[in-house]
Ligand binder design. Structure first.
Ligand code: ADP
Ligand code: MG
Length: 422
């Protein structure tokens, strides 16, 4: 039986990050390891850095692969952040799985310092992936009333096409390394801070926190199948360092008091980010979903503030997250849409891409099957405000439904020719 709201561990002071460039090879405080068979320096200071250069096949197609050069690698190889994160940690997920999984960023940061220490690689990647330059400034807009009036209602009142709407935002807690580099105790601190912040939630947001440690495999699988819980780490997540110490300090908060009930406000702890806060509801009223999400996020932030903690936010990059795909808004606004005809047309996914939309399968990013039901969401997260992106998803889904209706009537819709890139 799942436990509810376990007592929270005592809080300790947060360590703040200070940007530092410390060469690993010349550090006098780390003598080579000694054992009966000799000593093994972690890196030979005289070795050519290119002897360590990663192998890339023609199937490595991530933004990291496109922007990595031997010069950048050689320059970044001796550096590490204050959590000890190196260029090799940063790129491992893009080296091992570049050609087997549909992840196309190819890096995972371990702490916010990575964005300055490894800027010669990360800035071009961010420009490439988000079309966001070093002089660009991200703007946050979490005010639902800024959405066009037209969109402040259900997109599919007859409930024929849109099954459900979900908006999630990623958030990090300032002063704690991201899940790819955090120690057990640091992850437990994220968990206890969040668990306690959730205890302040009241009314329709009040509920229970469930630890992965306390679930049976069946309970875990049931929550995943019901779209309430994140998946267990796959090969990409493991290579990105996200599977370390799994399932310690991972859990989910839900605004229900019984696991068999269906929550609509959910918080994930220590999956890919410290927090993923989301609202998931049946139907197509994404305006309502956004309103509830903002209310919940604000409540959690207040709960963290009461404990002396806060969300990590940067003037230029917006909300700062482990994976650079989620910088800025950290937001993915998605709708499960039934597009039986349109979804089978050649060029459907590319057309959605040109519309600024991403297409996933019914079970999320690892699901590429065509079940006739697609997860349609914003492709961009950085450089556009939350309101702009939700507007784009609403306009896009409305257009997709109109195209589906044309096809239902026997008219044609040529996906390869429609829409210019956003
Ligand atoms: P993210 O990484 O943005 O949180 P994933 O693709 O990993 O999203 O999916 C996580 C879970 O959320 C999956 O179970 C997926 O099916 C579910 N999900 C995403 N959008 C919706 C939606 N609109 N309705 C129902 N479930 C959704
Ligand atoms: Mg995911």
């Amino acid at each position: 039986m799942l436990k509810q709201l376990r007592p929270v561990a005592a809080l300790t002071g947060a360590t703040l990050f200070t940007a530092s460039l410390s060469p690993t090879s010349s550090s006098p405080s780390s003598p080579p390891a000694q054992c009966a068979w000799g000593s093994f320096p972690s890196a030979d200071p005289k070795a050519d850095p290119l002897d360590d250069y990663p192998y890339f096949s023609p199937w490595h197609r991530s933004a990291m692969r496109r922007n990595m050069t031997p010069d950048i690698y050689a320059k970044l190889l001796p550096l590490k952040t204050s959590t000890g994160y190196t260029i090799n940690d940063l790129i491992q997920c893009g080296c091992s799985t570049g050609y087997t999984l549909p992840r196309n960023m190819g890096v995972m940061t371990g702490d916010p310092e990575c964005y300055t220490v490894f800027a010669p690689l990360l800035n071009p990647i961010i420009r490439d992936y988000h079309d966001f330059s070093e002089s660009s400034q991200h703007v946050t807009d979490l005010d639902p009333t800024h959405l066009k009036k037209l969109n402040q209602q259900d997109l599919d009142p007859k409930k024929k096409y849109i099954l459900s709407s979900r908006i999630r935002v990623s958030r990090s807690i300032e002063g704690i390394p991201f899940p790819a580099a955090a120690s057990r105790s640091q992850m437990r601190r994220v968990e206890s801070l969040t668990e306690r912040a959730c205890q302040y939630l009241s009314g329709t947001l009040s509920g229970m926190y469930v630890h992965l440690n306390d679930m049976t495999n069946e309970e875990n699988d049931d929550l995943i199948q019901r779209h309430i819980l994140f998946d267990n780490p796959d090969e990409w997540a493991t290579q990105a360092g996200l599977g370390r110490n799994w399932p310690d300090a991972r859990g989910v908060y839900m605004n229900v008091h019984d696991v068999d009930a269906n929550p609509d406000f959910i918080v994930w702890i220590n999956e890919e980010d410290h927090l993923r806060i989301m609202v998931l509801q049946k139907g197509g009223n994404i305006f309502h979903v956004f309103e509830q999400l903002v209310a919940g996020v604000n409540e959690i932030e207040r709960g963290l503030n009461k404990q002396g903690a806060k969300f990590l936010h940067d003037d230029r990059l917006g909300f700062v997250t482990g994976c650079p795909t989620n910088l800025g808004t950290g937001m993915r606004a998605s709708m499960h849409v039934k597009l039986i005809h349109l979804g089978s047309k050649p060029g459907f996914k590319d057309m959605c891409k040109r519309m600024g939309l991403e297409v996933r399968g019914k079970h999320g990013e690892r699901d590429n099957r065509n079940s006739g039901i697609f997860d349609i969401s914003n492709r961009h997260r950085l450089g556009y405000s939350e309101v702009e992106l939700i507007q784009l998803v609403m306009d896009g889904v409305r257009t997709l439904i109109e195209l589906e209706q044309k096809l239902e009537k026997g008219e044609d819709a040529d996906c390869s020719k429609m829409f210019n890139a956003v």
